[in-house]
Ligand binder design. Structure first.
Ligand SMILES: Nc1ncnc2c1ncn2[C@@H]1O[C@H](COP(=O)(O)OP(=O)(O)OP(=O)(O)O)[C@@H](O)[C@H]1O
Length: 274
């Protein structure tokens, strides 16, 4: 799909995210950095959208703009039909960072309960939600442990549980598995797909890995730097039910080849990852 046609893609239905001509420029001492330029993208409810592209193409900035952690300098952005600020105040999204970012002095259950505490949920409601989300990410039994007593993969599952605890429909995930080894990453990828199927959340997922993007996504947004822009949007033809060995199928490899081609067209392809 060309840059021009991607601008008009998928504009039917109730959009969770709608970006129109979105731009964000950071003024710095060394001049302006155009992190996002003319981004047009619509994400529908229940989509699993991955953002892939080389370092500096604006993936994190786009997620942070959705989360109202950055302000656009041009264009418009709506989240569940609201401004990003309104959506943040309405707790419309959960955010999972690259590092698990758990508080070391809190037990796992207390880390997961933190947003619920801040939102003023009763102790009973907190306990019920913590139990439910810990089950969802397969961490039951580890409630009283501290983060340092868990493996990296388990810590990241706890941070996913924390993002799910207040039941936002939208999950923003910024390279959540980037620091994990491949076996753990495979496992968490397939767990995440199951969780997505069970909860019907809308997920925006940043990754540098082509196989990860293809395995997880209903749509893959390819971005390119200088300035950061969307250069391709690839619709997945894979079924929603995806065993890990789907990655060996010709259909999977064909989509991966398309993503690689999209990255190459943005003059950003490097062998293996981006
Ligand atoms: N607060 C900031 N001030 C100035 N420049 C910034 C700021 N945040 C990001 N940038 C710049 O904006 C561009 C996009 O950054 P961003 O972190 O969104 O890229 P990315 O695609 O997520 O990269 P990576 O894959 O390395 O995480 C980069 O050139 C980055 O240096």
């Amino acid at each position: 799909m060309s840059e021009t046609s991607s601008a008009t893609a998928c504009t039917n239905g109730p959009a969770v995210i709608r970006a129109e001509n979105l731009g964000l420029t950071f003024p710095t001492g060394d001049g302006d950095i155009v992190a996002l330029s003319d981004v047009n993208l619509t994400i529908e409810k229940g989509d699993f959208v991955s953002f892939i592209g080389p370092s500096g193409c604006g993936k994190t900035t786009f997620l942070r703009t959705i989360a109202d952690l950055e302000k656009p300098t041009s264009g418009t952005l709506s989240v569940n039909g609201m401004s990003p600020e309104e959506a943040r105040k309405a707790r419309a999204y959960g955010y999972v960072f690259q590092a698990a970012a758990l508080y070391p002095w809190r037990t796992i259950e207390k880390n997961i309960a933190l947003p619920l505490e801040i939102m003023g949920h009763s102790a009973g409601e907190q306990a019920e939600r913590v139990k439910r989300t810990m089950e969802l990410v397969n961490l039951s039994g580890f409630e009283k442990k501290y983060p340092w007593q868990l493996s990296g993969g388990m810590q990241q599952r706890a941070s996913i549980a924390r993002a799910l605890s207040f039941d936002a429909d939208l999950l923003l995930m910024d390279e959540p598995f980037g620091a994990l080894d491949e076996i753990v990453r495979d496992h968490l990828n397939s767990e995440l797909l199951k969780l997505w199927a069970r909860t019907e959340k809308t997920i925006c997922f940043v990754t540098h890995s082509i196989p990860e993007a293809v395995y997880l996504s209903t749509r893959i947004v390819v971005m390119s730097p200088r300035p950061g822009r969307v250069t391709d949007i690839i619709e997945s033809t894979l079924p929603r039910d995806r065993p890990l060995d789907i990655r060996e199928t010709p259909e999977f490899l064909a989509i991966a080849a398309r993503v690689r081609e999209g990255l190459r067209a943005g003059h950003s392809y490097e062998e293996g990852s981006v």
